[in-house]
Ligand binder design. Structure first.
Ligand SMILES: *Cc1c(COP(=O)(O)O)cnc(C)c1O
Length: 233
């Protein structure tokens, strides 16, 4: 694979940004790609990056933090509870909160380092069983528990929902799944269950293959990797 040049990355970022509507933001997914690509994207004005492996993220954060203190990092992948401690000191948002056990560990580690960590709860709407996240009912139950016992969940701030659509060609299926998540988001926002309803504003949906559909269904964050940085090794 030929390495990308700054101009390639800048051009791709411009193209994607030109499609963002209604204040939606781009999370540039840099996982498996070298730190140099992050620097090139930074030069092209990108600040928000997504990573999905703890060790890789920590290495990139450590290598870039001094020269690029304005980088913003979202964790978007499967997160093992025993690794939360490594990202708790600096992570700006954990989008992929898929279980109550993980949520409680984020609370614990956030309190340990004296932070409030912004999170999204991941909803499972895709057809693939391999994808993770809360079912809509599990999500409602969890929000009920948080509302009735807020002191148990200190250390996190709930900013919204994250979801992945099925990996299929049928656009109607994908749009339907994104629309389902948006309805759930609206339902939760007006449920009276949220401790800080004003913070609940983010709907993270859409990747390289389906972000235009996600934007049409109300995404506020799109997580795009290969359409910017090329195929991952
Ligand atoms: C890798 C990844 C992405 C980006 O995928 P692309 O198809 O490369 O755009 C988005 N979201 C999550 C959760 C990912 O793991």
């Amino acid at each position: 694979m030929k390495p990308l040049r700054s101009e390639d990355i800048a051009e791709r970022l411009d193209k994607i940004r030109s499609t963002l509507t209604g204040g939606a933001r781009l999370v540039a997914v840099s996982k498996f790609h070298p730190a140099e690509y992050i620097e090139m994207a930074h030069a092209a004005g990108q600040r928000l990056f997504g990573e999905s492996r703890v060790q890789e993220l920590v290495e990139k954060w450590e290598g870039l933090r001094e020269r690029y203190p304005d980088l913003v990092w979202h964790f978007i992948g499967p997160l093992q509870t025993n690794k939360v401690k490594y990202i708790a000191p600096f992570i700006h948002m954990i989008e992929s909160v898929t279980s109550e056990r993980l949520l409680l560990e984020i609370c614990r580690q956030a309190q340990r380092v004296g932070r409030t960590i912004p999170i999204l709860l991941e909803v499972h709407v895709a057809r693939e069983e391999t994808k993770s996240g809360f079912s809509p009912d599990e999500l409602r139950e969890l929000l009920g528990r948080i509302a009735s016992s807020p002191e148990t969940y200190r250390g996190i701030a709930l900013h919204g929902l994250m979801a992945m659509a099925s990996n299929v060609d049928d656009e109607a299926v994908i749009r339907g799944e994104f629309a389902t998540v948006h309805r759930l988001f609206d339902e939760i926002r007006s449920s009276g269950l949220l401790l800080q309803p004003d913070l609940f504003t983010e709907l993270s949906m859409g990747m390289s293959g389906d972000y235009p559909l996600a934007l049409r269904e109300g995404a506020t964050l799109v997580r795009v990797g290969s359409a910017i940085f090329g195929d991952r090794a």
